[in-house]
Write a protein that binds this ligand. Structure first.
Ligand SMILES: NC(=O)c1ccc[n+]([C@@H]2O[C@H](COP(=O)([O-])OP(=O)(O)OC[C@H]3O[C@@H](n4cnc5c(N)ncnc54)[C@H](O)[C@@H]3O)[C@@H](O)[C@H]2O)c1
Length: 94
């Protein structure tokens, strides 16, 4: 189903595996839809493959989210926060 056909305005969307190949791409897509929404990303950052790739994806997402919602804007169009079972990896950029 095309994301454009679903109204995601003001919705909170949980993306599991958000640092993975598909989850990171989905998160980036959601953050660039141009509607106010909140993405909650969950990822254990397992080491099935090189974790540095996942770290890179998280960095990309955070940069994207920061540019999508500059502090001086009255309405923050899109935000992302992280839930991670690895406590040290828990981060929030809301
Ligand atoms: N990549 C493809 O082409 C493709 C095609 C069809 C189906 N799939 C399926 O889609 C899913 C995602 O694929 P992918 O390529 O993004 O894999 P991926 O390994 O890149 O991403 C999965 C992410 O889930 C995280 N994860 C694993 N167990 C977790 C847990 N218990 N709690 C939190 N996070 C956890 C991992 O750390 C990883 O970052 C998989 O189930 C895969 O089998 C992928």
């Amino acid at each position: 189903m095309a994301l454009e056909r679903v109204s995601l305005e003001n919705k909170t969307i949980l993306v599991t595996g958000a640092a993975g190949f598909i989850g990171a791409a989905l998160t980036e897509r959601l953050l660039t839809l141009g509607v106010p929404l909140r993405v909650v990303g969950l990822d254990s950052l397992n080491d099935y493959y090189d974790v540095r790739l996942k770290e890179y994806r998280l960095q990309r997402i955070e940069t994207l989210a920061a540019s999508a919602c500059p502090d001086d804007q009255p309405v923050r169009p899109a935000t992302v926060s992280w839930l991670s079972p690895a406590a040290a990896r828990t981060r929030s950029i809301m």
